[in-house]
Structure formats: structure tokens, C-alpha cells
Design a protein around this ligand. Structure first.
Ligand SMILES: NC(=O)c1ccc[n+]([C@@H]2O[C@H](COP(=O)([O-])OP(=O)(O)OC[C@H]3O[C@@H](n4cnc5c(N)ncnc54)[C@H](O)[C@@H]3O)[C@@H](O)[C@H]2O)c1
Ligand SMILES: [Zn+2]
Length: 341
């Protein structure tokens, strides 16, 4: 896979120089949402132009509601309007929404062009920009259409997180804590001191390394990569029940606690790991109490796309740094959720 991931303060203003070393073409389509366009498009565009790039741009309104087929179509039209060829490339400058949709458009434009990720949220830096999953939402659910398409490189400038709100930072923190539970080690030490934001360069580098290992071992998400779904089975159900008023990160935090409790009860394991995970979340000021009943959650979860084959892979956190997948029949889903909430 070998996707180069650069992490350095001030990187946005060096984007042109870096990309001129990495890519042959000097023509690109820069995609941003309206917020990242107003914050960071100027510095990136200036840098690209100074390095001889011809840059077209496309700006869409921010928010998950715009991660649609229609926005992807408009990106493709913008690329065609700018006469981008197969050797040119797309750049995503934004959060996970921008990265997913730009990557998807790049995967299908002229049957596939290169793309570069410049993540501007903590979540996009530690999660969405790694692994090559791209896509859009459909009326029936999130991320239901997409493609695997790896970026050529990822440029992360830690200075960008300075403009994120606490809520937006928490979205990233929840996934960081998930990686800390799965992998343990230095990331766990940092998270258990509540020090995630103290050395963001180090924390992002550790997260990228952790997620990459799962992706490289299982690029198509049919095996061990599913460990990255820790907290997400019940988390997705919580998001759905709340009609998406509870954000993904908050729901994943609740989901990790519920899934750990459910695993302990179903398999008669010790409660120690549950206390460790709760304290990890508390240290990082992330709440995890679930405001729904098991029945409500089970009804929402049964529609999850990951459960299509009659079995459900659950994540079993045996201890920090030692998690396994276990398969249970979907018929036990309600029992599993009830054990967790
Ligand atoms: N591809 C994957 O593997 C993967 C993994 C996890 C999540 N995702 C996807 O990522 C999306 C969520 O990502 P997100 O949380 O980054 O959402 P987002 O892209 O919507 O960004 C959140 C908000 O922050 C704003 N923003 C972005 N950067 C900013 C900055 N530096 N300062 C101030 N505001 C900024 C955006 O305009 C937006 O309003 C979801 O669609 C999810 O499905 C994908
Ligand atoms: Zn997630």
C-alpha cells in the first residue's frame, strides 16, 4: 500500500512543494467544504500555484447531509469542466465528509484518478484518511455506496486542529481511544493520562500506524480489520435511535462501553476491562451513558449493513492491546445488546 503520511506543523503552506515531489501532473482539482474553503483554501492554493500547479476548485456546503451522490456528481462535472485528464489528480482539503466524497469521485472519474488527502479534523487525521474507504450516503443509510481507493499521500498539519470546537475534537478522541484499547502500548499510556491533545503529532502518527496495520492485514474488511468496528455495532444503533442528534464519536464511546459489558456477560469474563475502558473515557471527558432501551437499539441495529450474512462479528476486548472477533448469530443480537445496556 505504502501511502506516505506526512505530519508536520506548517505543512499546508508547503503543500505545493511536497506534491510537486510526489506527483508528475501539475493539474489538480481542490475540493473543500465551505468552512474549510474559508479557513484553509487560500494557503493551500497559494502554495500549489507557487510550485507551478494549475488548480481548479470545487466547494460544497459542509455537513454529512451533503455527502451525497449528487455532490459527488458535481465534483465530477467540475473535474470534467476543468478538463482534468487521467494523469491529473484530486485533492481533498477537509474533514471525513470531504475526504470520503472526494476519494469516491476520484475513484470513478475517468475510471480512476489519483487523489491526495489533506485532513483538517482530528477524526479525519486519525481515522477517515487512513485505509482507502471512500463513499457517499444513500437515502437508506450512511456509506452505502463507495469504493476502495487509496490516496497517493496524506498531508496533515497539526495546526489545523486549532480551529476545531470541543465537540469536533471529541469525535476524533473517541476513535483514538478505540485504537488505544485495540493496540495498547504508547497510545494507551497517553490516553490513560488524558493527554491526547498534548502532543498531537505523536498521537496522530501512532493512530495512523495502528489503523494501517489492520488495513494492510485485511484491505477489503473481511477479517481482522473488523476489530476497528469496536463500539460501532451498538454505536450505529445509538446514532440511528437519536435520529443522528447524538454524534458518531459520542455514540462510539457509548458503544464501546456497552459492547464490552455485553461481551463480559455473554462469555462470563472479568469486569476489570470494562472499568479500564470507562476510566479511559472519563479521563478524556467523554460521556458514555446510553439513553435508549435494548429493544429500541436492537430494532435499529438489525438493519445495519454489516449484519447481512446471518452472523454478527462482535469485538471481544479481553484486555488492553488484546481484542478478538467473535461471531454470534443475528438471532442473539437483542440478547447481546440487552447484556450491554
Ligand atoms: N473513510 C473512512 O474510513 C472513514 C472513517 C471514519 C469516518 N469517516 C467519515 O467521516 C465523516 C466524519 O468526519 P468529520 O467528523 O471530519 O466530519 P466533517 O468532514 O463533516 O467535519 C466536521 C465539521 O468540521 C468542519 N471543519 C473541518 N475542518 C475544520 C477545521 N480545521 N476547523 C474548523 N472546522 C472544521 C467541517 O466543515 C464540518 O462542518 C463521516 O461521513 C464518516 O462516515 C470515514
Ligand atoms: Zn467510527
Amino acid at each position: 500500500m505504502n501511502v506516505i503520511y506526512d505530519i508536520k506543523r506548517g505543512l499546508l503552506s508547503q503543500a505545493g512543494k511536497l506534491l510537486s515531489e510526489r506527483l508528475k501532473s501539475r493539474r489538480a482539482l481542490l475540493v473543500c467544504d465551505d468552512i474549510t474553503a474559508s479557513l484553509y483554501a487560500d494557503v493551500v492554493t497559494t502554495s500549489l500555484k507557487a510550485s507551478g500547479f494549475d488548480v481548479a476548485s470545487f466547494v460544497f456546503p459542509h455537513g454529512e447531509a451533503n455527502k451525497t451522490w449528487s455532490t459527488a456528481g458535481s465534483i465530477l462535472e467540475a473535474a470534467a469542466g476543468a478538463k482534468l485528464t487521467r494523469s491529473d489528480f484530486f485533492i481533498s482539503l477537509g474533514g471525513g465528509v470531504c475526504g470520503d466524497i472526494t476519494g469516491f469521485a476520484a475513484a470513478v472519474y475517468l475510471r480512476g484518478v489519483k487523489f491526495v488527502q489533506i485532513p483538517t479534523t482530528l477524526l479525519a487525521a486519525v481515522d477517515a484518511s487512513v485505509g482507502g474507504k471512500t463513499g457517499v450516503d444513500l437515502g437508506a443509510g450512511k456509506n452505502l455506496a463507495g469504493a476502495f481507493h487509496q490516496p497517493e499521500c496524506v498531508l496533515f498539519d497539526p495546526d489545523v486542529i486549532g480551529t476545531l470546537s470541543k465537540e469536533q475534537l471529541d469525535e476524533g478522541k473517541a476513535e483514538i481511544i478505540k485504537h488505544a484499547v485495540l493496540a495498547g502500548g504508547r497510545l494507551y499510556e497517553i490516553a490513560s493520562c488524558g493527554a491526547i491533545l498534548d502532543d498531537i503529532e505523536k498521537v496522530v502518527a501512532l493512530n495512523v500506524e495502528i489503523k494501517r496495520k489492520y488495513v494492510e492485514a485485511d484491505p477489503c474488511d473481511t477479517g481482522c480489520r473488523q476489530l476497528l468496528n469496536f463500539g460501532h455495532t451498538i454505536g450505529h444503533a445509538i446514532e440511528k435511535c437519536s435520529n443522528y442528534t447524538i454524534s458518531h464519536g459520542r455514540a462510539v464511546a457509548m458503544g464501546m462501553v456497552a459492547e464490552t459489558k455485553a461481551f463480559i456477560k455473554l462469555y462470563n469474563e472479568k469486569y476489570e476491562i470494562l472499568e479500564i475502558i470507562k476510566s479511559l473515557l472519563e479521563k478524556n471527558s467523554i460521556k458514555f451513558d446510553i439513553p435508549y432501551t435494548a429493544r429500541e437499539l436492537a430494532q435499529a441495529a438489525i438493519h445495519d449493513k454489516k449484519m447481512a450474512d446471518g452472523n454478527l462479528n462482535i469485538v471481544a476486548p479481553l484486555e488492553i492491546g488484546n481484542c478478538q472477533l467473535k461471531s454470534i448469530p443475528i438471532s442473539r443480537l437483542e440478547e447481546y445488546i440487552a447484556a450491554g445496556v
